[in-house]
Design a protein around this ligand. Structure first.
Ligand code: FAD
Length: 284
């Protein structure tokens, strides 16, 4: 393949970065250092998580507000519906829209322990948001199937409902098996989902933390990944290099397979995401 061709293809790549609200002053400094570095890559948007480990909605909104004030970035709050009633959600939607927040990552949120039937699904939230205003909406997708889904097909139909309700794109749960993403993307196309299925890339710098996330999120950690991080428990530098290299390999294959949009779970750090973007041709 010609170098010129691959360089011009590289130009079309869009990236987005996900952050979580910091809880301490030093975490806050880390977050802002990361935002400042990553904003030079002109992401199409950045998002800020809410709930679960991310605390109250105010915390999310405050970070969103600061990003809007301090940078020119499009900032999308994550919004979950499982912990609010319809009236509250409509008010939140109005408040967001009126304060210039027009992009939302719409989620159901995790069931509180003990409860089994949610009051709402994410597709209901997408519908509600679209009734309030013409938000740009991202929703979640699961190449390795959501833990509560009756079947892979039922999960796919749930995603289709979210897209039909007006979502603009789906962002996947992180994964390490690129084939599982590619198969999933094919299955999405086969049931008529035309929007982008944006791969969520988690650059791994702490393998033990990853294991906790993966266990919680029902994501397979392949044996080869385990082997790559073996013996590095006390060697952060090498872990970063290995983690970046793994993600670089993944995005290279994905990009060759025609993926043009990438979402990075930054964990509020910039180094790995920045380097991976660089190899994709996404540069200041
Ligand atoms: P849904 O799309 O509603 O799906 C939930 C489950 O219900 C699935 O198993 C689905 O198959 C099933 N289902 C859907 N519709 C129906 C129906 N009509 N009948 C029966 N079953 C149905 N969590 C947070 O708390 N805060 C965050 O900031 C956050 N950010 C995230 C970002 C991304 C990109 C991703 C991938 C996940 C995020 N999560 C977050 C986690 C998410 O909230 C959980 O995975 C949650 O359990 C499911 O949310 P969902 O939006 O995918 O739900």
């Amino acid at each position: 393949e010609s170098l010129n061709q691959s360089v011009s293809e590289l130009k079309k790549i869009n990236v987005s970065f996900e952050f979580f609200p910091p809880t301490t002053e030093s975490m806050e400094n880390t977050l802002w250092d990361s935002i400042e570095r990553l904003q030079t890559l002109k992401p199409s948007f950045v998002s800020v998580t809410y709930g679960a480990n991310s605390g109250t909605r105010d915390r999310t909104h405050n970070v969103i507000k600061s990003i809007q004030e301090r940078t020119g970035l499009v900032a999308a709050p994550h919004l979950t519906c499982i912990d609010a009633n319809e009236q509250e959600l409509r008010q939140i939607a109005k408040d967001y829209w009126n304060s210039g927040v027009k992009n939302i990552v719409a989620l159901r949120g995790d069931l509180p322990s003990g409860s089994s039937k949610p009051n709402m699904y994410a597709s209901d939230l997408v519908e509600l948001l679209k009734q309030e205003a013409d938000f740009d909406i991202s929703v979640a997708a699961y190449p390795e199937v959501h833990s509560e889904a009756k079947s892979a097909q039922a999960d796919l139909q749930a995603l289709k409902r979210k897209m039909d309700a007006g979502a603009n794109r789906a962002i996947t749960q992180f994964f390490f098996d690129v084939e599982s993403y590619l198969r999933f993307r094919d299955r999405c196309a086969a049931i008529g989902i035309e929007s982008e299925i944006v791969p969520g890339i988690l650059p791994v710098s702490n393998y033990n933390t990853l294991l906790k996330f993966a266990n919680f999120a029902n994501v397979k950690v392949p044996n080869w990944l385990h082997q790559q991080f073996q013996g590095l428990d006390n060697d952060q530098n090498t872990r970063n290099l290995v983690g970046a290299s793994i993600a670089m390999d993944m995005v290279k294959v994905l990009s060759r397979e025609g993926v043009k949009d990438f979402h990075f779970y930054t964990l509020n750090r910039s180094e790995l995401s920045y380097a991976i973007c660089h190899t994709l041709g996404v540069r200041p």
